[in-house]
Design a protein around this ligand. Sequence first.
Ligand code: FES
Ligand code: ZN
Length: 308
Amino acid sequence: MLCRICKREACVALKSHNTAFCSDCFLQFFSRQVERGIEKEGLLTRDDKILVALSGGKDSLSLMLELSRQGYAVTGFHLDLGIPNSSEKAREAVQAVCEKEKLPLVVESLATHDLAIPDVAAHIRRPICSACGTIKRYFFNRKAVELGMTVLATGHNLDDEVARLLSNTLRWDKSYLASQGPNLPAENGFVRKVKPLWRLTEFEIANYAFLQGIHNVYTTCPYSHGASFSVLKGLMQRLEEKMPGRKIDFYQGFLERGRPHFTANKETPPITPCPACSCPSSAEGLCSVCRMKQKIQEEKARCASATQ
Ligand code: FES
Ligand code: ZN
């Protein structure tokens, strides 16, 4: 197969675009898709100070690298979750790429806040992935505010977004449908959130990461069973194989023609600052992260007194 642009030997075949590229032309295609995603949804300007949430996976590292190559002012933020045999590797992967590419990086550890994920899993009666998601969103927002950033960028890709959209649609969850999209505005103490890779699939990002020398050393989270999301991703992938282009059509159609119906009727709960940490919260009294922290401390104290 030959590259559509330069007619040299192709190394990446993209079924949904009905085309193939050599490595140089693929990297240009990738940059152009990121640019189009940013332009189409008005995600970023050259004046933005962008905090990029870096998990250690290829998606967020590719995002950080590509935005910096496009001349955006990016700072990476890695939250160390404190999960044995997993978090060390994630932190090392982030540090290695940022050092090699000379990208600014801030690292914070959940253990220093008594919120390491194994502690949360042991003491909080709530599905760990949901508690972990709440904690990550809290620290990403808090760090962005603390560093005076204008926007938080995450590495969510088209497959993530389409699986989420399918899940929200299957449940007709109006509130989640109203707040899904690659550009979530700043409100009530929450910084703006953007997903500049929304037009690119996992496969395309994996190729970009490989060509840029970003190694995928990140191990799957031991707590993640990921059942429902991977089923939905698999379903959409099978559909895409039979009908190339369906994923981007479904998501783009939602942004243009579906989402406005849900945002028009969006109900926003009142937001007040948490009395303990001052972060914005929709809960009465302590915010959900401060409540988790309090609960863990109480449970630990109870266990310690029971063993004395
Ligand atoms: Fe948070 Fe697995 S990454 S629970
Ligand atoms: Zn709080």
